[in-house]
Design a protein around this ligand. Structure first.
Ligand SMILES: Nc1nc2c(c(=O)[nH]1)N[C@H]1C(S)=C(S)[C@@H](COP(=O)(O)O)O[C@H]1N2
Ligand SMILES: [Mo]
Length: 229
């Protein structure tokens, strides 16, 4: 089972070789390494995932719940803050329904996400004039992502508490993940634990490995997918 799925993913990856050979080699190497480590765990299709694939760059991620989850907002801000899940739920919630597109080719149509607009958390923190970008960190301890401040202020960039109209599951990066609707899904950092305002964009985990920092669906990574927004 695991082997077949990994092979099918490599097949999808191979379709992208023309567009981005060196990137695709990197991803294949990663998937190969993941398959060696745990042929059923890291790259499996999610049960009832409705077309989603499970991605993690580490082999196990701690579970966080009501009592243990915290989200910090810090960096170049006037009012650093730490939020519990209850505090995030108490803020105004926004729901979007857009396609999800992974840069390896799979797409999941019309997926509801809801949560707090990232812009609301940034406004609450008071971004200083020298703050120009956002760095996202994750409680898997490894993954990270970035956006420019203007990208981060879009209405369709959410600190998501719900996905598919249910609380974000652990596999999908719960209890809280980022959701960046107009960009390839690698921007949507799972297991979100930190939002840091910085002076410059720092390339994220996959971007250090060759993927585009500005990851607009259909206008980056040498791909021509239909835009998601
Ligand atoms: N922390 C973390 N976030 C992540 C990733 C990851 O490996 N770790 N993978 C990214 C990629 S490449 C994709 S396609 C999506 C996958 O989300 P899913 O596992 O909910 O399908 O998460 C993104 N966010
Ligand atoms: Mo992805």
């Amino acid at each position: 089972m695991g082997r077949r799925i990994v092979l099918s993913m490599l097949g999808l990856g191979a379709a992208g070789v023309v567009a981005a050979p060196q990137l695709q080699r990197g991803l294949e190497a990663f998937l190969g390494a993941a398959a060696d480590k745990d042929p059923t765990g890291l790259t499996e299709l999610l049960p009832n995932g409705g077309g989603f694939r499970y991605y993690s760059v580490v082999s196990s991620v701690p579970r966080k719940d009501e009592s243990s989850y915290r989200l910090t907002v810090d960096g170049l801000v006037d009012r650093p803050a730490t939020y519990t899940l209850d505090q995030l739920r108490a803020l105004p919630q926004t729901r979007t329904v857009r396609d999800v597109q992974c840069v390896t080719g799979w797409r999941v149509p019309q997926t509801p996400f809801s949560g707090v607009k990232l812009s609301a958390l940034l406004d609450a923190a008071g971004v200083r004039p020298e703050g120009k970008a956002i760095r996202f960190t994750c409680f898997d301890g490894v993954y990270n992502e970035s956006l420019t401040l203007s990208q981060a202020r879009r209405d369709d960039v959410l600190v998501a508490l719900r996905m598919q109209d249910k609380p974000v599951s652990h596999s999908h990066g719960g209890p809280v993940r980022l959701y960046v609707a107009p960009m390839y899904f690698y921007k949507s950092a799972k297991w979100l634990s930190g939002i840091t305002v910085t002076s410059d964009v720092r390339p994220g985990y996959w971007e250090e490995r060759g993927y585009d920092v500005d990851a607009w669906v259909g206008r980056s990574n040498g791909r021509t997918d239909a835009p998601t927004v």
